[in-house]
Design a protein around this ligand. Structure first.
Ligand code: SF4
Length: 223
């Protein structure tokens, strides 16, 4: 990916790791052909992170160049991800422009940063970091009252302790009454069928998810 030379004011640029077309592997939009816009940088260091290549590097892109690159893929769904996309304040402007252009826009965020400025047309997929992530202290619980039925909360479960913690959070914050709640096994850390059986045993009102893109392509970047 080459640096996008621009005459635009710096206020309209973002640092990007990649833009690519793939199949959405998780969330409510699973299965849809989707353009992913991966912003560079993240202030967290989850132990299971599979996008550490987005922590550093990347290139500056003009906002219009991002929109043009998204458009040339010709699909309706766009996912803005990272890294932690909200770590760049101009991400809010990108989300607004993507919505204005008529896309179905989702945002994947760690849950550590304020989501209140995100365009209400965006479907926010907000992580709640479990003890096993090693970043639980970063959860911004003030985000929880802001969640609406357009949004989703995601727990990546590493072990039984994480599951019990997530179940307690579900009850304490009545999360399932606010939005859809996703439980996903941490790849290689909890056996996928085990998590499914725990959810069924407790009849939790959550959606179980496997990361479809990993089933299809493993850990290949840009997929
Ligand atoms: S928030 Fe996401 S990108 Fe950042 S370290 Fe955690 S898993 Fe990786």
């Amino acid at each position: 990916m080459e640096t996008q030379v621009t005459d635009s004011p710096a206020a309209e640029r973002l640092r990007l790791t990649e833009i690519f077309l793939s199949v959405q592997g998780e969330s409510r939009s699973v299965g849809w052909p989707t353009v992913f816009v991966r912003l560079t940088g993240c202030p967290l260091r989850c132990q299971y992170c599979d996008t550490a290549y987005a922590f550093h590097g990347g290139h500056w892109w003009d906002m219009d160049a991002i929109l043009a690159e998204v458009a040339q893929h010709g699909v309706r769904h766009v996912c803005v991800t990272g890294g932690e996309p909200l770590a760049q304040k101009r991400c809010l402007l990108l989300l607004q422009k993507l919505c204005d252009a008529g896309y179905e826009v989702s945002l994947e965020t760690s849950g550590a940063l304020d989501i209140s400025g995100v365009d209400p047309r965006v479907s926010r997929v907000v992580d709640l970091k479990t003890p096993g992530s090693k970043e639980m202290a970063r959860n911004r619980l003030e985000n929880i009252p802001l969640l609406t039925p357009r949004d989703q909360v995601k727990f990546v479960i590493c072990d039984r302790t994480d599951y019990d913690w997530a179940r307690a959070m579900l009850a304490e914050h009545r999360l399932a009454e606010r939005c859809e709640v996703l439980f996903s096994p941490s790849h290689g850390q909890v056996r996928p069928h085990e998590l499914a059986e725990w959810i069924l045993a407790d009849k939790l009102p959550v959606r179980y998810q496997l990361q479809l893109h990993k089933v299809l392509w493993g850990d290949t970047p840009g997929r």
